[in-house]
Design a protein around this ligand. Structure first.
Ligand SMILES: O=C(O)CCC(=O)C(=O)O
Ligand SMILES: [Fe+2]
Length: 228
């Protein structure tokens, strides 16, 4: 089934259907209104299950490394700020489910560019594993010296029954309308996709008590200003 869908995607036979367009429109409306959106329907159960399986296989093969903060010459591992381990995905992958992932993201990008003129030119994604006790302190995703990151996307690949007391909430810091911040805690439920503005939404990953799995990535524009 998956193999067949992959071939159809590769041959360009599957475009966005009515369901996808409804999902895109709901995401765009939420982003326009509040700079973030939580969608539980972007990827199918089967796609999520296979992405999870694929990620676990690569994690077991120790194909992950400690994530760093900063970029270019400023990149450094600081576990007191960020404790996840990551594995970058390659868009030219021959892995069937990763190819479907990139195709779906690619179609969404095309829709964003055609309907909202967002000027997204590239994307980058990594698997992320937060083991017990790790977290990612409050931050904004766009770098100070490179403002290409436009939309952040996080797809959770956890087990079915993630509970509040497992920790690992994604906390978004949103304007409360009175010049202060209010916290929105998002549970990393399997198949859930969080999308938010990479430049305006500070966020953090609360300390986890159970291993937490995800794919995190960014839709990026051409550089407006690159200060190296
Ligand atoms: O995993 C999450 O919920 C967010 C991760 C994150 O903020 C990041 O990798 O920049
Ligand atoms: Fe982030």
């Amino acid at each position: 089934m998956l193999g067949q869908a992959h071939e159809q995607y590769a041959a360009g036979l599957i475009g966005p259907g009515d369901n996808e367009i409804n999902t895109y429109e709901a995401i765009i409306a939420a982003l326009a209104a509040q700079d973030y959106c939580i969608s539980d329907a972007f990827f199918s159960h089967s796609e999520v299950a296979q992405l999870r399986q694929n990620m676990l296989l690569q994690y077991q093969q120790q194909d992950f490394h400690q994530a760093a903060i900063g970029n270019l010459d400023h990149e450094q591992v600081v576990r007191s700020i960020r404790g996840d381990q990551i594995h970058w995905l390659d868009e030219r992958t021959h892995n069937a489910v990763e190819a479907i992932f990139f195709n779906k993201v690619g179609q969404f990008i095309q829709y964003l560019n055609q309907t909202c003129y967002m000027g997204i030119e590239e994307s980058e994604f990594h698997y992320a594993v937060y083991t017990e006790g790790t977290f990612y302190q409050k931050h904004v995703d766009a770098f100070q010296n490179d403002d290409r990151r436009t939309l952040s996307m996080v797809l959770y690949l956890n087990e079915e029954d993630w509970q509040d007391d497992f920790g690992g909430q994604l906390t978004l810091y949103l304007p409360d309308g009175n010049g202060a911040e209010q916290e929105l805690n998002v549970l990393p439920l399997v198949g859930r996709l969080a999308i938010f503005n990479s430049k305006t939404i500070p966020h953090e990953v609360k300390p986890v008590k159970h291993t937490r799995y995800s794919i995190t990535g960014w839709l990026k524009t051409r550089p407006m200003s690159l200060h190296i």
